[in-house]
Design a protein around this ligand. Structure first.
Ligand code: ADP
Ligand code: ZN
Length: 637
C-alpha cells in the first residue's frame, strides 16, 4: 500500500495511543495525532470536493449524511449509480475513528479500496483472498487508528475473533452494503448476513447505515427489523436514471444491428446480455472475427477464468463482454457506456438492474433491448417447468416486460411507474420519445397479409409470405404454385423490411399466430378472421428505418468532446497512468471527468480543480500530467 495511510499521524516515543474509552491501544504502537488532536470541523460539502472532486450532492446524499452524522441509523434505497457510497464515506471521513463496511462482493473490495486510496483516503479490506500475514498487517494498522474505512466480508465478520477485534477499535459507523442479502425474500440471500444483528447488540451506540439498490417492501421490512432501524429512518431515492437512453428494437437481424451499433462506439466498453451460455460464446466469437476485443462470461466457466475476464474488462483490455446474467453483480465499473439485451429478460426488475450497470459515472450511456415474440414464447416454455404456485406470478411479470417492449408511450414512464414513481413528463431520452410512432390505418395492409395466409392454407412462414405479397418468382413460390393465388404481388409497393415490420406488429398484437413447432408457419386466429371480414380496423405504426433509429440513440459521449481528438488523448494518458499504478482506468478519472476536461480544457491547477471528479489528491497526483497533455494538444504536438 503505497498511499499515505498514516496521513496526519506520527509515531511519538513514550506515548501510547489511548482510545476514548480509556483502553490503551492493543498493539502498543506509539502514535499521536499531528497538530491539533481535535479534528478540524470540516463540512460535508468541503469533504465532497476535497476527497471526491464533486461540487454538488446527488439527491438525498446530503440528508443521509446529516442524519448519520447525528448518530442515527438509516436504510438507504438508491438505484445503482445513485451514489450510495458517498452516503457512508463522507460521515466516515468526518467522524473520528474507523468505519466498518460490510460487503458480500469480495471481488470488488480491492477495487473499492483502490478507488478510495486514489482519492487519498486511508482504506483497507479484510477478506479470504488475503494471506494471514496481510490481514495481520491490516489489523495492526486499524488498531493504530490509521484506517478510516475498513471493508469486511460477511464471513469474516461472522468469525468470533472479529467482534473482539472490533471492540478494540474506535468505531465511527457500520455500513451494510447490498443490505438486501439479509433477507431470505431477496434473490441474493446470504446466511452470514443474518448474523449482522449481533452488531446492533454489541455496538448499540455505533450508527449503522444499510444500503441497497434492490429491495421491495417485504425485503425492506426485513432489513429494518433485523437491524433494528426505525421505519421512519428510510431514505428512498428516485429510481430514475436519466443518463441512460432506452431503446427497444425488433429482434430481426440482430447481429447486423449490433454491428452497426458497435461501429459507432469505438473502444466504448459495454455488455451484451444473452440468455444461454452457448449464445454468449457464439456472439463473442462473431465479434472477435470482426476484430473486436470481445469475450464471453457465464456460470459454466471456472472461477479463475471468470475473474481473469472480469479483470480484463475492468481494465479496458476487453471492450465487450457477452454474458449471461451471472455477470454483473460483481461489477463496479463506472464507465460502461452501453448495454445490449440480445433477448428479452424475464422481468422488469432484472432488466432494470442490468441496464443500471451502464453509465454509473453519470455520463450518457445507451441501452438497447431486442424484442421478438419468439423470446416471449421461450420464457413461457421455461415457466411451465417452474413450481406450480410460482407460475402465475412469473407469467404476470413476463406480461409486464412484454408490454414495456411493445409500448408506444414513453418507455421511462412505464419503468418508473412499475417502481411506483410518477415521472413529471415524457423523458425525451427513449426511442419512443425521439421517434414518436406514427399511427396509420393498417386495415388494408393487414387484410392483404392475412388473406395471403388464408389462401396458402397456413403453410408459409414470414419470408415466404412476404415473397408472395411482393410477387417474388423464387423457386419455392413457383413450385408451390403460390404465384397463381389472388394475393400474389398485391404488396409490391411496400419494401421487404417494411413488410417484416408490419407482420411482426400483427403478431405482437395477436392478429395472427405463429406455430413455432410447425416450421414457424403463420396461422389465422379469431381476430384474423374478424379483420378479413372487415369487422374491425387495424392500427399500425409506420416502420422507422434501422439507420434512422440508430442515429437517434442518445448522443454518443465521445462525439461531444472528442471531435478534435483531445478526449482520446486524455483517455490514452489515463490508461497509461492506470496501468502504471495497476488500477482500472476509471479509478484514475471517470469518463465523465475526462469529458468535462476535454470540453473545458483547463489551463492551470485552479481551473483543473474545478472539473467535477478532480479532488485534492488526484490534482496532486495527476493534475500536471493532464494539464501537459492539454497544452500539447493545443500546440498540436
Ligand atoms: P452506487 O453504489 O449507488 O451504485 P456509487 O456510490 O458507486 O453508486 O456512485 C456512482 C458514481 O457516481 C461514482 O462514480 C461516484 O463517484 C459518483 N458520484 C457519487 N456522488 C456524486 C456526486 N455528488 N456528484 C458527482 N458524482 C458522484
Ligand atoms: Zn421517453
Amino acid at each position: 500500500m503505497s498511499l499515505p495511510l498514516f496521513k496526519g499521524w506520527k509515531h511519538e516515543k513514550g506515548r501510547r495511543l489511548r482510545t476514548e474509552d480509556g483502553k490503551s491501544c492493543h498493539c502498543g504502537a506509539r502514535l499521536a495525532r499531528r497538530g491539533n488532536p481535535k479534528k478540524s470541523i470540516m463540512k460535508k460539502q468541503d469533504a465532497l470536493k476535497k476527497y471526491f472532486g464533486y461540487e454538488t450532492f446527488y439527491p438525498l446524499q446530503a440528508e443521509i449524511i446529516d442524519h448519520v452524522l447525528q448518530g442515527r441509523n438509516a436504510l438507504v434505497l438508491m438505484p445503482t449509480g445513485g451514489g450510495k457510497s458517498v452516503c457512508f464515506q463522507i460521515p466516515a471521513l468526518l467522524k473520528e475513528g474507523t468505519a466498518i463496511v460490510v460487503s458480500p462482493l469480495i471481488a470488488l473490495m480491492k477495487d473499492q479500496v483502490d478507488a478510495l486510496q486514489a482519492n487519498g483516503i486511508a482504506a483497507a479490506f479484510l477478506n479470504s483472498t488475503q494471506t494471514d500475514e496481510e490481514s495481520a498487517g491490516i489489523i495492526s494498522l486499524c488498531l493504530q487508528g490509521g484506517i478510516k474505512l475498513l471493508y469486511i466480508s460477511p464471513e469474516r465478520l461472522a468469525a468470533a475473533s472479529t467482534i473482539g477485534f472490533l471492540q478494540k477499535l474506535r468505531l465511527s459507523l457500520f455500513a451494510i452494503d447490498e443490505a438486501h442479502c439479509i433477507s431470505s425474500w431477496g434473490h441474493d440471500f446470504r446466511p452470514d448476513y443474518m448474523k449482522l444483528h449481533v452488531l446492533r447488540k454489541t455496538f448499540p451506540d455505533v450508527p449503522l447505515i444499510a444500503l441497497t439498490a434492490t429491495a421491495d417492501r417485504a425485503i425492506r421490512q426485513d432489513i429494518l427489523r433485523q437491524l433494528e432501524i426505525p421505519e421512519k429512518f428510510q431514505f428512498i431515492a428516485s429510481f430514475d436514471r436519466p443518463n441512460l437512453s432506452l431503446a427497444v428494437y425488433s429482434g430481426r437481424k440482430r447481429l447486423e444491428q449490433i454491428l452497426s451499433f458497435l461501429s459507432r462506439r469505438k473502444n466504448q466498453p459495454g455488455i451484451i446480455y444473452c440468455l444461454s451460455r452457448r449464445m454468449t460464446e457464439s456472439m463473442a466469437a462473431k465479434l472477435q472475427d470482426r476484430g473486436y476485443r470481445a469475450a464471453y462470461y457465464h456460470a459454466g466457466m471456472g472461477n479463475a477464468e471468470r475473474s481473469k475476464i472480469q479483470d480484463a474488462f475492468l481494465r479496458d483490455k476487453i471492450q465487450i463482454i457477452c454474458a449471461t446474467i451471472a455477470f454483473g453483480l460483481g461489477i463496479d465499473k463506472s464507465n460502461i457506456r452501453w448495454i445490449i439485451h440480445y433477448s428479452l429478460p424475464k422481468n422488469i426488475e432484472s432488466y432494470y438492474q442490468e441496464i443500471g450497470r451502464a453509465g454509473r459515472d453519470g455520463a450518457p450511456a445507451d441501452t438497447v433491448l431486442f424484442y421478438s415474440y419468439a423470446d416471449v414464447k421461450a420464457h413461457q416454455d421455461m415457466i411451465v417447468d417452474a413450481p406450480k404456485d410460482r407460475q402465475e406470478l412469473l407469467l404476470a411479470k413476463l406480461g409486464r416486460i412484454k408490454s414495456y417492449a411493445e409500448a408506444d408511450i414513453c418507455r421511462r414512464r412505464i419503468l418508473l411507474s412499475y417502481f411506483n414513481e410518477q415521472p413529471p413528463g415524457d423523458c425525451g431520452n427513449c426511442d419512443v420519445c425521439k421517434n414518436p410512432p406514427q399511427r396509420i390505418n393498417g386495415t388494408i395492409i393487414a387484410q392483404k397479409a392475412l388473406s395471403a395466409v388464408a389462401r396458402t392454407g397456413g403453410k408459409v412462414n414470414i419470408t415466404t409470405l412476404i415473397g408472395i405479397l411482393r410477387g417474388s418468382h423464387n423457386k419455392q413460390i413457383m413450385e408451390s404454385g403460390y404465384d397463381r393465388i389472388k394475393t400474389f404481388g398485391v404488396g409490391r409497393d411496400i419494401s421487404y423490411a417494411e413488410w417484416t415490420d408490419y407482420i411482426f406488429q400483427l403478431l405482437n398484437s395477436g392478429f395472427v399466430d405463429i406455430a413455432y413447432d410447425d416450421g414457424y408457419t403463420l396461422k389465422l386466429n379469431e381476430l384474423s378472421r374478424k379483420i378479413l371480414q372487415a369487422q374491425m380496423d387495424v392500427l399500425l405504426t409506420r416502420p422507422v428505418p434501422l439507420e434512422k433509429k440508430l442515429e437517434t440513440i442518445a448522443a454518443l459521449p465521445q462525439k461531444q468532446a472528442a471531435d478534435d481528438g483531445l478526449f482520446e488523448r486524455l483517455r490514452a494518458l489515463r490508461k497509461q497512468l492506470a496501468d502504471e499504478n495497476n488500477v482500472p482506468a476509471y479509478v484514475v478519472f471517470s469518463d465523465k471527468t475526462l469529458l468535462e476536461m476535454a470540453a473545458v480544457q483547463p489551463r492551470d491547477a485552479v481551473a483543473m480543480r474545478s472539473v467535477s471528479g478532480v479532488g485534492e489528491h488526484k490534482l496532486n497526483l495527476y493534475g500536471e500530467k493532464f494539464l501537459d497533455e492539454i497544452r500539447r494538444h493545443e500546440n498540436k504536438d
